[in-house]
Design a protein around this ligand. Structure first.
Ligand SMILES: [Zn+2]
Ligand SMILES: [Zn+2]
Length: 665
C-alpha cells in the first residue's frame, strides 16, 4: 500500500482527513517509520497529472493520486521553513511596532526577507529585540492556520488592519476570486502558502541585516525597510552558515583589493569604473593570456571592435528599444551623427561575420573579443567589482548551422568546466532554460535547438535542471552557477542561443543547396566579465592567489646588505626564467620583512644569508608554512615548476611541501 515512507498512495480510508492526521494514524499503526516532526509540507499529485505543495493540514479527497512528504533536508521544505520564518518575523514586528505595515516576505537563496514600512526608523540594534520576540512566538507554539475567503472579504479585512500594501496586492496583483490568508495567533497575513504546522518548527533562525527596498522595486514608490534573515533545520547548519558569512565579510574584495593594491574605484574618475593597479592588472593579464591560448586552440578567432557605435546600429539590433535603460545617453557630434557607448559586443561580431560572403563550409565561425562594454547602473546598486558601469566581457559569438548546435555546446561545456576547475571551482549547478510563451523563430527550430542542448549536456554527463519557459524570447540558454570556497553561489558562465539577431541584421550563409540560410548565433561568456570574476576570485582565494596567478610569485630577502650581490644574482637567474620575482634590499629587519610579505600573500619567500652565499643555495619558505628548506638552484626550479602546476590550492600544505621536496631528490 505504501510505496515508500515518503510517497504515500492515497486511498479511500484517507478521504476527508488532513495529511497530518493520516501521518499520525499510519505512525500509530506502525505503517510508516519516519519522524513526523521532520515532515515540513507535502506535495500532492492529482489524478489529472498536476501537483502542488500544500500544508500538512490539507484535507485529502479522491482527486488525489499520491502524497509526497517533504522532509527536513529537502530543498522545497527548506524554502517553506524559511518563508514561514518570514511570517514569524512579521508577527514579531507587528507586536513591537504597532503601526508598522507589512509588504512581502519571500524566501531567497540565503534565507528570506520581509519588506516592512516602519513609522520610525530602525537600526541593526533593533534586530536583536525583534529576534527575542520571534523566539517568544516560537515557544507559544501557535498553530499556523489557512483560511480561504472571497477576495472582497480579504480586502475588508486588510483595510481594517490598515495593511495598505496587502490591500494594494489584492487590488492590483491578485486575480482570483477566492484568496488564502494565514493566521498564527493574533497575526494575519495574505499568502498562498504553504507553511509549517506551527511556530515551534522555527527554531534555528537568525536576522542578518537591514537594507532599503522600494515597494515593488520601483523607485517612484516608497522606500521600505527590508529585513534579511535565514533559517535552517539544524543548529549546526545555522552556525556553519554564520561562520562562513563572517569569514566572507573579512574577505570582502573591496578591502583585500585595497590592501593588496589590486584595483581602485575613484570617485574623481567615476563610480562603477575600475582602475586596475599594476598587481591587479597582472592577474587579469595572466587570465586573459591563459584563456586566449585555450580559445585559439579551440578554433576561436579574436577581433577588436570600437567602444562606441552609431545609434542606428543599436536601432537595428533592437537594443535602443528594449535595452535603453541600461545604455548611456546618446552623444550627438555632427548633424545626423549620433553615437552610443556599447552595452554589448554582439552587433559588432555580426558585422565581422557579414564582411564577406559566408558558406556553410566556413561554419562554425567562433568570433571572440575581450570586449569592454558600458552599462548604466544606478549608483545605489554599484558594488566593488561585482556591479560596475564599465567592464570587459570574455565575449564570443559562434555562428553555426542548426545541425552544429550540439557539437558546439559540447565543446563549450568541456571548455567551461576545464576553465572553472583551473580556478578551483569544481562544484556547479547547470540550468537549461526553455522556450517562453512569447518567442521569435520557428517552433521546429526551437525544438531542435532545445533537444541539441539536452543531448549535449547528457553526452557530457552533466546533471542539469530545467527552468521551464525561462529562456529569452530569442532563444534557449544554459547558465552555470559556481560555488566558491565559502559555498556562496555565483553565476558567471552563460551560453545563449539567438534566432533573432541574425534575422534583424539579415545575415546569411550559403548552404549546400546553394541558397541563403540564417545562421544560429550563440552568445557566450565563460568567466562573465573580468571585473566580476576577479571580484569573486579575490574572495574565493582570500587574496592568496595560487602560484600561477600571483602577481608577485617570489620575493628575495637578503639578511643584510653583505649578501646583496649574491641575492641580485639569484634574482636575475629567477627572473630570466620568466618568474615574477621581487627583491627587497631595504634596511628593515628580517622579521619585519617576513611579516610584511606574509601579509602581502606572496607564495614563495627566499631568504639569503651567509650559509646560502657560501654554498650557492637559497633558503625557501612557502606561505603559511613554518617549515624552511635549503635548496640548490636546480632543485628550486623543480619546486617552482611543480608549484606552477598546482592550480587550486592557494598554498601547499606542510605535507605536500615535504612530499614535493622528497620528489625532488
Ligand atoms: Zn506565507
Ligand atoms: Zn552577444
Amino acid at each position: 500500500m505504501l510505496a515508500t515512507n515518503k510517497l504515500i498512495k492515497n486511498s479511500e480510508e484517507f478521504y476527508n482527513k488532513t495529511i497530518i492526521e493520516v501521518l499520525r494514524e499510519l505512525k500509530n499503526n506502525n505503517r510508516i517509520d519516519i519522524d513526523i516532526y521532520k515532515v515540513i509540507v507535502a506535495k500532492v499529485y492529482f489524478k489529472d497529472g498536476i501537483s502542488k505543495l500544500v500544508d500538512l493540514t490539507y484535507v485529502l479527497n479522491d482527486n488525489i493520486e499520491s502524497i509526497e512528504l517533504k522532509m527536513e533536508g529537502d530543498e522545497e521544505a527548506l524554502e517553506v521553513l524559511r518563508h514561514s520564518t518570514a511570517h514569524l518575523l512579521a508577527q514579531a514586528v507587528k507586536r513591537l511596532y504597532k503601526n508598522a505595515k507589512i509588504a512581502i516576505g519571500p524566501p531567497i537563496d540565503i534565507g528570506f526577507y520581509y519588506d516592512i514600512d516602519f513609522e520610525e526608523s530602525i537600526s541593526d540594534k533593533d534586530l536583536e529585540k525583534i529576534e527575542q520576540e520571534m523566539k517568544k512566538i516560537v515557544n507559544e507554539k501557535l498553530p499556523i492556520v489557512r483560511e480561504e475567503i472571497p477576495k472582497e472579504q480579504a480586502l475588508n479585512l486588510f483595510s481594517q488592519l490598515n495593511e495598505t500594501y496587502k490591500v494594494e496586492l489584492l487590488k492590483e496583483d491578485i486575480n482570483e476570486d477566492i484568496v488564502s490568508i494565514y493566521r498564527q495567533g493574533e497575526f494575519i497575513d495574505l499568502c498562498r502558502g504553504p507553511h509549517v504546522l506551527n511556530t515551534s518548527y522555527l527554531k534555528n533562525f537568525k536576522l542578518l541585516n537591514l537594507s532599503g527596498a522600494y515597494w515593488k522595486g520601483d523607485e517612484k514608490n516608497k522606500m521600505l525597510t527590508r529585513i534579511y534573515g535565514t533559517a535552517f533545520f539544524t543548529k549546526q547548519e545555522l552556525e556553519d552558515f554564520i561562520k562562513k558569512r563572517e569569514e566572507a565579510k573579512k574577505r570582502d574584495h573591496r578591502i583585500l583589493g585595497a590592501n593588496l593594491e589590486l584595483f581602485e574605484i575613484n570617485e574623481d574618475v567615476g563610480s562603477g569604473l575600475v582602475i586596475w593597479l599594476p598587481k591587479g592588472e597582472k592577474i587579469r593579464y595572466i587570465i586573459e593570456q591563459y584563456l586566449r591560448d585555450l580559445l585559439e586552440q579551440n578554433g576561436y578567432i579574436f577581433v577588436r571592435t570600437p567602444h562606441i557605435a552609431n545609434s542606428k546600429l543599436w536601432e537595428i539590433s533592437g537594443h535602443l528599444q528594449v535595452y535603453n535603460k541600461y545604455m548611456f545617453p546618446i552623444m550627438k557630434v555632427e548633424e545626423n551623427q549620433e553615437f552610443i557607448l556599447k552595452p554589448m559586443n554582439c552587433p559588432f561580431h555580426i558585422k565581422v561575420f557579414d564582411y564577406k560572403t559566408r558558406s556553410y563550409k566556413d561554419l562554425p565561425l567562433r568570433i571572440a573579443e575581450y570586449g569592454s562594454v558600458y552599462r548604466y547602473e544606478k549608483s545605489g546598486v554599484l558594488h566593488g567589482l561585482l556591479r560596475v558601469r564599465g567592464f570587459t566581457q570574455d565575449d564570443a559569438h559562434i555562428f553555426c548551422t542548426p545541425e552544429q548546435i550540439e557539437d558546439e555546446i559540447i565543446q563549450l561545456i568541456n571548455l567551461v568546466t576545464k576553465i572553472l576547475s583551473k580556478f578551483g571551482f569544481n562544484d556547479y549547478d547547470i540550468y537549461l532554460s526553455t522556450r517562453p510563451d512569447e518567442f521569435v523563430g520557428e517552433i521546429e527550430l526551437w525544438n531542435q535547438a532545445e533537444q541539441a542542448l539536452k543531448n549535449a549536456l547528457n553526452k557530457c554527463s552533466i546533471n542539469y535542471k530545467i527552468n521551464e519557459k525561462e529562456g529569452a524570447f530569442y532563444g534557449p540558454k544554459i547558465d552555470i552557477e559556481i560555488k566558491d570556497s565559502l559555498d556562496r553561489k555565483w553565476q558567471c558562465s552563460t551560453i545563449q542561443l539567438d534566432f533573432n539577431l541574425p534575422r534583424k541584421f539579415d545575415i546569411h550563409y550559403i548552404g549546400p543547396d546553394n541558397s541563403k540560410h540564417y545562421p544560429v548565433m550563440i552568445h557566450r561568456a565563460l568567466l562573465g566579465s573580468f571585473e566580476r570574476f576577479l571580484g569573486i576570485l579575490i574572495e574565493h582565494y582570500n587574496g592568496e592567489f595560487p602560484f600561477w596567478l600571483a602577481p608577485t610569485q617570489i620575493v628575495i630577502i637578503p639578511i643584510s646588505d653583505k649578501f646583496n650581490d649574491y641575492s641580485l644574482k639569484v634574482y636575475d637567474i629567477i627572473k630570466s626564467k620568466g618568474y615574477r620575482v621581487e627583491i627587497d634590499l631595504k634596511a628593515n629587519s628580517l622579521n619585519y620583512k617576513i611579516r610584511h610579505y606574509e601579509k602581502s600573500k606572496i607564495p614563495v619567500m627566499i631568504v639569503i644569508g651567509q650559509k646560502e652565499q657560501e654554498t650557492g643555495t637559497v633558503n625557501v619558505r612557502l606561505k603559511h608554512s613554518q617549515e624552511k628548506t635549503t635548496l640548490n638552484l636546480n632543485s628550486l626550479f623543480d619546486l617552482l615548476s611543480k608549484l606552477g602546476h598546482s592550480q587550486e590550492k592557494n598554498t601547499l600544505s606542510l605535507d605536500s611541501f615535504s612530499d614535493l621536496l622528497n620528489k625532488l631528490e
